[in-house]
Ligand binder design. Sequence first.
Ligand code: ADP
Ligand code: ZN
Ligand code: ZN
Length: 743
Amino acid sequence: MSRIYADIIVDISQEKLDKSFQYEIPEELQGQVEIGKRVRIPFGNGGRELTGYVIGLSEEPKIEPDRIKAILAVEDRGMEIESRLISLAGWIARQYGSTMNQALKTVLPVKEKETAKEKRYLCLAAPEEACIPFLEEYRRKHYKAKERLLQALMEKKTLEYTYAAAELKITASVIRGLEEKGLLKIERERDYRNPVFKGEDRKNLEISPLSPAQKEVCREIFAEWETEHPRPCLIKGVTGSGKTEVYMELITHVLEQGQQVIVLIPEIALTYQNVSRFYRRFGDCVSLINSRLSKGERFDQFERAKKGEVSIVIGPRSALFTPFPNLGLILIDEEHEDSYKSEKTPCYHARETAIRRGEMEGAHVVLGSASPSVESYYKGKTGEYKLLYLEERYGGSRLPQVFVVDLKEELKTGNRSMFSSVLTEKIRDRLQRKEQVMLFLNRRGYTGFVSCRSCGHVMKCPHCDVSLTSHRNGRLICHYCGYETWDVSKCPVCGSPYIGGFKAGTQQIEVLLQKSFPGAGVLRMDADTTKKKDDHEKILAAFARGEADILIGTQMIVKGHDFPNVTLVGALAADLSLCSEDYRAAEKTFQLLLQAVGRAGRGQRAGEAVIQTYHPEHYSILAAQTQNYEDFYQQEIRYRMLMDYPPAAAMAAVRGACTDEALLKEAMSYCRKYVKRIYPKEDLVLIGPAPETVSKVQDYYKMVLYMRHKDREMLVKLKDALEKYIAVNKGFQNIYIQFDFNV
Ligand code: ADP
Ligand code: ZN
Ligand code: ZN
């Protein structure tokens, strides 16, 4: 029988992760030792024993086998949170392709030196009478430091440790001396700060009863939870239908069971307005994690969660790893959001990882969205998830009326401005009525595609059905297959000379607005105006207070805020994302438009929305106009099935980066050849390697190879094989390879 070794860490703080030690797994323990398990090990030569965590298994000894000691025992305390998180890290490493170390760093909180924000106090521990003899003794023996300290303590009763050290010039050994005599105690105070909210007024808390539709959704979810193998639940509910109220009902139920809850909300929607609802309802047991927190603060929050001081954590993707000891529920709001996917290795998806964590810890998972991702909705339709609906806005307020404007027609009438005549007229009307307007420029995935302003024709790759990207060298390039052609000066379909890239930015729009509507107050929100951490929140708050009539911005503005006075939303160029080159383009366009449109008329007054587009006939635009998700989904799933795109098949990307273009090209084509060699069957589709959409970043060239197969596990196996191939192959030494299973 071959020997098996385990990599073990004895300290699971992040900075110690690199220090793992190899131990042999004795025969009688084989099968019991798994990633995440706590084990007893002999440590050092003094016969010391320690507890450690298994973070890896292998058959290869790193040093001479005879010098490797054996594990003594497996500590089966089963329920320990660290064990579970480590084993979740093991799953992440394999599923998404990263080292165990990278995965552990994702999952475990950072413990940094600076986080010891802990104040320590020196407290007098003995009555004064008992101190006097010691004081006299110190004087007699000229123990100056001890005398100083004791005297100060007798006067003040408590001293701050740092004060004592700095001002009284007291060393640790002096303190220890007094401590040993029972004269002083060191008290620690964890300086926890709940970063945003303190004492939110909860006195007037009134929980309004759920509507019959909300009650029904809760009832069905509770019923699912009673089954033997509860499935993840997906709530599809239009904006304003009261999903958040349903979440709060579910949370209440889980808290009553003595369990804890993680609520994931996209970072951009973690606004005061959204989060304060949870604080008002649940008070101090809520804790917020966002990117504004320092690493130390985040660590504090995780500590509080572990100790049971909080039972609800609200945060973005990374909050998923909150170390709750008895997790009962993971809620993911706006589950379709891109931000749930990590861009860094490991490129994990919070939704999939949440479901995995839920399975491991017996916690429920509930997803919610007004426009679920096609993949999740598909799983809902096929029964893998339990699908629930909230079809009406709470209180019956009407969905906005949507007008679609064909920009080609506008051009024909001679209007070449960025505002159609319908939109111009409606903006003027709102300004007169002192109502507010939001203008939304969809720049998602905008990478310089080329389209005709007369007929809407978009230059596409003849092989891939994706739009070509114009490059400065006058070439149009397909980033899926590498196809290239010369840029055009005339539309190949209608011959119009008005063909080119769409060159509108939020800034140009701001200038134009000020010209067309002098006197109107305009706020702009885009990457330029939101450089500082709370700029985003500030702009939204100013707009909410009515400090401007018009808010223009990128997709940032469509999320996370209710503005009761907004009665008009304009989507200036809805197609920008439609023409982006990935297969999710239509889905993303539809989702953004639906969200944007949903911003209008959230208050008493009815809302309107204007969608300007070159593709008024496209199903994603039509479905956004009628705000009909189902229509959209039916068309989209047909396309995915036809093209074998997810969820019809699984797709993974092998991304390579290198400063040497030729080297990268060669290495990437070796990847392709290797995969083809070990898996020659036809059911594996390989696309590329081709340059990435952004083909060079900071002197690194980037290329991507796509793999497509019905079975995701097959792709994971190919990834495993590729990882090994790359590790032993010298040609990859200077190339960064990243795997991405959610392309
Ligand atoms: P969603 O999360 O689906 O967009 P919300 O939960 O924000 O919807 O609800 C929309 C609005 O309706 C909110 O202002 C909310 O306070 C109100 N609302 C929803 N459900 C109820 C209820 N049961 N009782 C009172 N108000 C409700
Ligand atoms: Zn044309
Ligand atoms: Zn192509």
